[in-house]
Design a protein around this ligand. Structure first.
Ligand SMILES: [Zn+2]
Length: 312
């Protein structure tokens, strides 16, 4: 496909883009300037509401609330890992996109205070029903929180879903104290698995995923939001088989989702959750620079791409 121009969330209003894949009604575009990969067009508000209805939070969560659910095992691993990182204090933590509260439950015994923000009222209610009282239902960009800064902000598998990731990272920066830590997870479009699977990569799922980051493109957005990227790791996670089955079915056709859910529930697939590491999901740790500090002079090398003229 020939080059087009689109607005790029890293570069600005009009950037040259190339089409990578076609998925249903969506095209996956890559910005020729900064390398950011994103879904075009963005879904409407109504489509987003349909995507994040109740069923979204039930997949892979059949046994949520039981202490050994896959979601809880992953959340506990993440909390333990985060507590071991240099500069992470067990003070005030905020989980953005907390869903039904697995990570908050895992972190709560170890930190002074744990708060959450969740867009879905269904998921926020589920989290509160687990005794997590400080869950705010709303958009991370405009919910009002106490003025006290947080020590740690987490965003597990969130940033690829939001319309404006730059704005969400900026909000996280505003909510953190200087030197505070942001931990997030998201897919890596430059991983071997993503390259081999191409448009069939299991995270290539527009319009649920609107962005497909790499270590360099996420570092660039983080830099512009006032963060220094400290580390990028690929820890792997337990994947419930009902989730894997639902995902495989919906990669073939989105309409297969409800049937896949019923079949996997009948077969109790959600009880099985092998540990999987395809090396294609990044955990990124970033630290907020002091407000007056300048941006990084160098982001990780993006092979052969032009520097972003609007950065810093
Ligand atoms: Zn760009």
């Amino acid at each position: 496909m020939s080059d087009q121009r689109r607005s790029c969330h890293a570069c600005g209003l009009s950037a040259a883009v190339e089409a990578l894949y076609r998925k249903g009604a969506y095209t996956i575009l890559r910005c020729r300037s900064c390398g950011l990969v994103f879904t075009d067009p963005h879904p409407t508000h109504e489509e987003l509401e349909r995507i994040y209805s109740e069923s979204f939070f039930q997949v892979g969560e059949k046994f949520a609330g039981q202490s050994r659910s896959p979601g809880m095992l992953n959340a506990e691993r993440r909390a333990r890992w985060l507590l071991e990182q240099r500069g992470v204090t067990a003070g005030r933590w905020l989980d953005v996109g907390c869903a039904t509260g697995d990570f908050m439950m895992a972190a709560r015994p170890h930190v002074a205070q744990i708060s959450g923000i969740e867009m879905s009222s269904y998921a926020a209610d589920r989290a509160r029903a687990r005794g997590l009282l400080d869950v705010t239902n709303g958009d991370a960009l405009d919910v009002s929180l106490s003025a006290d800064p947080f020590d740690v902000v987490t965003m597990w598998d969130v940033v690829e879903h939001v319309i404006d990731p730059q704005a969400v990272l900026q909000r996280a920066s505003t909510l953190l104290r200087d030197g505070g830590v942001l931990a997030l997870s998201t897919g890596d479009i430059e991983s071997l698995a993503a390259r081999l699977m191409g448009r069939f990569w299991h995270l290539m799922i527009p319009p649920r995923h609107l962005y497909f980051f790499s270590p360099s493109t996420i570092a660039r957005l983080l830099d512009r939001a006032g963060f220094d990227t400290v580390s990028v790791s690929r820890p792997g996670k337990c994947v419930p088989l009902d989730f894997a089955f639902w995902k495989a079915a919906t990669l073939i056709t989105p309409r297969a989702g409800p049937v896949a859910l019923r079949l996997s529930a009948a077969a109790h697939l959600g009880r099985l959750a092998p540990f999987v590491n395809l090396g294609d999901i990044m955990t990124v740790l970033a630290r907020k620079r002091p407000s007056s500090a300048p941006g990084m002079t160098k982001v990780p090398d993006v092979g052969g791409q032009q520097p972003d003229p609007l950065a810093s």
